[in-house]
Design a protein around this ligand. Structure first.
Ligand code: DP6
Length: 350
């Protein structure tokens, strides 16, 4: 893996309001999942999680302060944002204004290159880009750790997209004050050994999910009898994953990632009422991954809050894995991703 991917490329702006800033961020796919919050307002997770940031599907966001405006104006892919999407961005800007001590409203323009709300981590790249752009536009002068904490408040998984390569998001400590817990929950890069990994992404359905991940994880924590055991086993999975990463052992990484993801889906299936994101097409792709392994190709699957499948493999095997997956789910679109860079500011002068 390229050393560049291990470090954040965020350049903290100097303090002082820039007034306008543009940032780019990439989605990340968790190999050890975040599923469940212990504090909804602060977006504090129950467990630590670990992910790989991708080098495809970037989100680019521009934030411009508009001193004359009474409301924030949010545009998503050229269309004014409405409903929950608009509400979450405005709530996030409120946080930024509070930290900056500035009242100005903003114009936010976001371009996503990945379907929104389809379990393809658009909220991770979206809020990471928004944190970096808004942080700079409002002159917060945040370092990468503080940006990760800020991005977390928009969407938990966004805390990890601040960093490139592999990142761990620490659940943080509860020492009695909300501030301590807030400060101790952030992501940081994780060292990895010699690895040339790819994630083959099979989009079997690009439509928005029926139940948001926010609602689904709430229901799982509140009602699933399997949630506690999964959260406990996730601790061991994380330790194992860190060791496997350090050794550059893709087989161990894949085995752990696959069982962690299947366990997460089991907790949802046991929720009341059940949440089922996996579709017949998902299972067909999972069968093709099993066949690949039987044929000696190391390939391991992970699924998020949607039916789409991401297959971890060696970069050298990615074309073969992509062909197998495409053959199994003919209607799907298949993409190959490698480890990508952390969120960063773009030069607005072009
Ligand atoms: C299944 O980060 O989208 O992708 O914090 O409520 O915005 P909120 O949730 P979000 O959940 C991601 C869940 C997941 C697993 C993961 O990325 O770790």
């Amino acid at each position: 893996m390229n050393a560049e991917h291990r470090t954040t490329l965020v350049r903290p702006p100097a303090r002082g309001t820039a007034g306008s800033a543009t940032a780019v961020a990439y989605p990340n796919i968790a190999l050890i999942k975040y599923w469940g919050k212990r504090d909804e307002r602060l977006v504090l997770p129950v467990t630590d999680s670990l992910s790989m940031t991708l080098d495809i599907f970037p989100t680019t966001t521009r934030v411009r302060l508009d001193p004359g405006a009474e409301h924030d104006e949010v545009t998503l892919n050229g269309v004014p944002a409405t409903g929950e999407a608009q509400r979450r961005v405005v709530a996030f800007l409120e946080l930024v204004r509070e930290q900056a001590g500035l009242p100005q409203r903003a114009v936010v323009d976001t371009g996503n290159t990945v379907p929104t709300g389809a379990g393809l981590a658009s909220s991770a790249s979206g809020f990471a880009a928004l944190a970096v752009a808004a942080g700079a536009a409002y002159g917060l002068g945040l370092d990468a750790t503080a940006l990760s904490r800020l991005a977390r408040r928009g969407s938990g998984s966004a805390s990890r997209s601040v960093f490139g390569g592999f990142a761990i998001w620490h659940a943080g400590r509860d020492t009695g004050t909300a501030t301590d817990a807030d400060l101790s929950s952030y992501a940081e890069p994780v060292p990895a050994g010699e690895l040339d990994p790819a994630l083959v992404i099979a989009v079997v359905d690009a439509g928005p999910k029926a139940v948001s991940s926010r609602e689904a994880m709430r229901r799982t924590v509140d009602t699933s009898p399997l949630y506690g055991p999964w959260a406990a086993s996730s601790k061991e999975d994380l330790l194992g994953m860190r060791g496997a990463l350090r050794r550059g052992d893709l087989d161990a990484m894949g085995e752990i990632a696959e069982r962690n993801a299947l366990g997460m889906h089991a907790t949802m299936l046991a929720a009341r009422p059940a949440v089922r994101y996996l579709s017949p097409a998902t299972l067909t792709v999972l069968d093709s991954v099993l066949r690949l392994r039987r044929d000696g190709v190391p390939a391991y699957a992970t699924m998020d809050a949607g039916p789409n499948v991401k297959v971890l493999c060696h970069r050298a095997d990615a074309d073969r894995v992509a062909a197998a997956v495409r053959g199994a789910a003919p209607g799907s679109s298949v993409h190959i991703a490698g480890p990508g860079q952390g969120a960063r500011l773009l030069d607005e002068r072009g």
